[in-house]
Design a protein around this ligand. Structure first.
Ligand code: 26Q
Length: 842
């Protein structure tokens, strides 16, 4: 017999009073936080206003967050775990306000406090926990999973320092640290109670257990604590709040105690610092950083803590029959970075849970899935065996065993084909032996996907061909997307209001509906077209103000805004863009102004700190900008600016203001691209090569609304055998003049020779990026752009068509495909939770 009175008080369920979401209550709560929690009053620094407001908003997520979590932990619920070394989240406050539908009320609450919400939002530092596309993709995926109510948990690292801050000095990139956590992070909740231990170093012992079975244990290790910090991921107006769990590294107490007992206080503190190094800094995507021990430590730290956490949750909530683990858990590995998870899950099953190899392998290879994000062979991760041996000895043993068994499969299928065995081996043999992480990922996963149709095709035909022949059923494509909440509804409120006025607002959570804009494309919708242009113009004014303050360059909002923002890399060919700028400059100098269109060229992006060529390209862009912007002959016809410290919050201003989106990579090199999709959604027209998701963008929007140019991937590969860049220069006077002007030092009068390596590589027969081969075709396409721009009405139609055809590129579609074909999760039933949010009034 149980009665209410004998229930321990800590088990007694309680309900939370719903928090009001009207302006008065929000304002009241905000002032409460500011004064009673932060101890600040009227007239305090702006960042406290932001912080108090963030807590106010977070409170309003809490009930739904708890409810979503509990729902997802129900026994029998299959969950996906998105494992990624990067989550490029950007800012959170404005995004939550949008998702919760309380922006208008919050606006008013801030006005009542004599604050503009827009200014408060600007106080939030970007969570720059990623390099670029791959990291931002993870953040967009999380957004869509919450909106689709899919039980997906994100697992990542809580870097103390995110992506470096870039500033420009004398045209050169300089790096500064990004201590984004300096003023605390109001969105995170530390959950010390779910701390995990992660082992490093030590050695393995082999023994026989009581049943006489051969077993292994990993001993003598230095353990590190992994402390989880949870960030809420709100869905769009659906009462769902998913979780992004980020691990922070800390020293174990035992570790410290040993040292303290030995009387070495300072050494103990040092050891603590060492341990905390693991989650200290995000590695920039930098080939010079390849093979760095700390990076491998980060990878294992993430993989181990996350798998242990997933297993803890699963065991605690009902299951303990390990053979069922794969039925309820799937891990999606964002590139090879967390791939050591394959060996770690094997280790846990074998050594800790006593599962037999065959069963452990069946479980592991049924719950791991791998996404590839690159076709550049030099970017494939490999780790020296010697490093593995020292850092993760037990995992290396397991990898050897996986490899031995795998190579037996290979030799059964292709008897005697030793060359194939050498190619497919997870261990690369040679003077230095390496573990090939992509091979481990493929062998250990039931699904391997690329991120755009062409990319997945090239994986099957090229890089992964041997594996495709062995296991064709593993390979699939999942074309990337971006979240329309952040990239349209939040970033472009003017366009959002205009669209919703005409087709309603369901498109925000169902982007397929945006196709209905097509009915407004024809000439007779004059008022709509004028309104469309007015929105774009206002967005361009906003960007012009940013460019003015950041680059000290005046952009005329009436000019064509021609934009290329992305990481600086040779394959992305910012150089080709520069060649075109110099070409336009020469046209002005030569008075060749037929069909001239005024342009503002904006380029932005970070170069990896150790990537010499990429850094030279930034210097070149800045020097060209300097000459062009200060030449009186140019007279406002052409402006060039390099925007420093390109990041998520900068893109939120840039994409809505862009007319022309530059997607000009060497064909076959850009796996997908996602910036291309953000621009398209915001009504920019693309000038692009037949590469990555550009192809699918062009298919969706029609060739008449896309400026295609350049060699195709197969042509690039064919040409490579006999590439003679100088012949293009001899044949093309315009290209000749451009190269001559660069060569003679016109853009580096006081620094002779600094661009020689750039010119030499462009003119070399072995230039992998074939920049000059695409010059003529690019310039011709740019002429077509200029002609189209001159016809304002035609350009407006193209712009609307781009937005109207962008439905496919929502991550909602991408996530539905992952779910249907890989994860196979079920959405939990909708049921109302306590705590009523105000009805959406926006
Ligand atoms: C590797 C080793 C050591 C340190 C860092 C790294 C590292 C870090 C980040 C290697 C690669 C990355 C990021 C890669 C990336 O962003 N790839 C992009 O992924 C996008 C999403 O799928 C695609 O759209 C882009 O085409 C692809 O370039």
């Amino acid at each position: 017999m149980t009665s209410k009175s004998c229930t321990p008080y800590y088990y007694r369920p309680f309900t939370l009073d719903p928090l009001g979401c009207d302006a008065v209550t929000i304002g009241h709560n905000f002032r409460h936080y500011l004064s009673y929690h932060l101890g600040r009053f009227q007239g305090c620094a702006q960042n406290y206003i932001y912080e108090a407001l963030a807590y106010t908003v977070r409170d309003r997520l809490m009930v739904d967050w708890r409810h979503t979590w509990n729902t997802q932990l129900q026994p029998g619920t299959r969950r996906a775990h998105y494992m990624s070394l990067e989550f490029l989240i950007g800012r959170s406050l404005g995004n939550h306000l949008l998702n919760m539908g309380i922006r208008t009320a919050t606006d008013q609450a801030m006005l009542d406090y004599s604050q503009k919400l827009e200014d408060v939002l600007e106080q939030e530092p970007d969570a720059g926990l990623g390099n670029g596309g791959l990291g931002r993709l993870a953040a967009c995926f999380m957004d869509s999973c919450a909106t689709l109510r899919l039980p997906v948990i994100g697992y990542g690292l809580r870097y103390e320092y995110g992506m470096f801050r870039q500033y420009i000095e004398n045209g050169y990139q300089k790096e500064a640290t990004d201590h984004w956590l300096q003023n605390g992070n109001p969105w995170e909740i530390e959950r010390i109670e779910y701390t995990q231990h992660v082992q490093f170093g030590g050695y393995t012992e082999h023994y026989h257990d009581q049943q006489g079975r051969a077993r292994a244990r990993w001993v003598g290790t230095d353990d590190i604590l992994a402390i989880p910090f949870d960030m809420p991921v709100s869905g769009y107006r659906n009462r769902t709040v998913n979780t992004l769990r980020l691990w922070k590294a800390a020293a174990t107490d035992e570790f410290n105690l040993d040292q303290f007992n030995a009387g070495s206080y300072t050494e103990a503190v040092q050891a603590k610092n060492q341990a905390e190094h693991i989650s200290m800094v995000l590695y920039p995507n930098d080939s010079s950083e390849n093979g760095k021990e700390l990076r491998l430590r980060q990878q294992y730290f993430l993989a181990s803590a996350s798998i242990k956490d997933a297993m803890r949750i699963w065991v605690r909530h009902g299951e303990f029959e390990y053979h069922h683990f794969a039925a309820e858990n799937v891990f999606q590995m964002n590139d090879t970075h967390p791939t050591i998870a394959v060996a770690e899950l094997m280790r846990i099953l074998l050594d800790d849970k006593g599962v037999e190899w065959e069963d452990a392998w069946a479980i592991t290879s049924q719950c791991m899935a791998y996404t590839n994000h690159t076709l550049l062979p030099e970017a494939l991760e490999k780790w020296p065996v010697s490093l593995f041996e020292r850092l993760l000895p037990r995992l290396l043993e397991i990898i050897y065993e996986i490899n031995a068994r795998f190579l037996r499969t290979v030799s059964m299928k292709w008897p005697g084909d030793t060359d194939r065995q050498r190619r497919m081996s997870i261990i690369e043999e040679g003077p230095v032996r390496y573990v090939r992480m992509a091979w481990l990922a493929i062998v250990g996963s039931f699904s391997v996907n690329g991120v755009a149709a062409l990319h997945s095709q090239l994986l099957r035909d090229g890089l992964f061909h041997d594996f495709y022949q062995l296991w064709p059923e593993k390979f699939n494509n999942k074309t990337n997307g971006v979240t329309p909440r952040r990239w349209i509804a939040y970033a472009n409120p003017g366009m959002t209001a205009l669209i919703s006025e005409h087709i309603g607002d369901e498109w925000i959570a169902d982007l397929g509906q945006i196709e209905r804009l097509k009915q407004l494309v024809s000439f007779d919708n004059k008022a709509f077209h004028a309104h469309w242009r007015a929105v774009k113009l206002a967005n361009k004014q906003r960007l012009a103000a940013l460019v003015k303050s950041e680059c000290h360059v005046e952009f005329d909002p009436a000019a064509l805004f021609d934009v290329q923002v992305k990481r600086i890399h040779e394959y992305k060919r910012q150089l080709l863009n520069v060649l075109h700028v110099v070409y336009l400059y020469l046209r002005i100098k030569h008075g060749n102004l037929d069909n001239w269109v005024n342009r503002c060229v904006l380029i932005g992006g970070k170069a990896a700190p150790g990537y010499y060529m990429a850094k030279s390209i930034i210097k070149l862009i800045n020097n060209v900008a300097d000459v062009v912007n200060n030449d009186p002959d140019v007279n406002g016809r052409l402006k060039v600016a390099f925007i420093p410290n390109y990041r998520v919050s900068a893109m939120e201003v840039i994409a809505p203001a862009t007319d022309l989106s530059e997607q000009i990579s060497t064909a076959g090199k850009e796996a997908s691209g996602t910036g291309n999709m953000k621009f398209m959604m915001n009504g920019a027209v693309t000038i692009g090569t037949y590469d990555g998701a550009n192809i699918e963008i062009m298919d969706a929007v029609g060739t008449e609304n896309f400026f295609l140019f350049g060699l195709h991937a197969e042509q690039v590969e064919t040409l490579r055998h006999d590439y003679r860049p100088w012949e293009y220069i001899e044949r093309d006077q315009a290209l000749h003049d451009v190269i001559d002007l660069l060569r003679c030092g016109h853009f580096n009068q006081s620094e002779p020779g600094i661009f020689d390596s750039i010119l030499d590589s462009m003119l070399s027969a072995s230039d992998p990026w074939m920049t000059v081969a695409d010059f003529r075709s690019y310039v011709d396409a740019q002429h077509a752009v200029a002609l189209a721009w001159q016809d304002t009405e035609k350009w407006t139609q193209m712009s609307i068509m781009n937005t109207a055809c962008s439905g496919f590129f929502s991550t909602d579609r991408t996530m539905q495909e992952y779910n249907r074909e890989i994860w196979k999760l079920v959405q939990p039933p909708v049921e109302m939770t306590p705590g009523v949010l105000s009805p959406d009034v926006e």
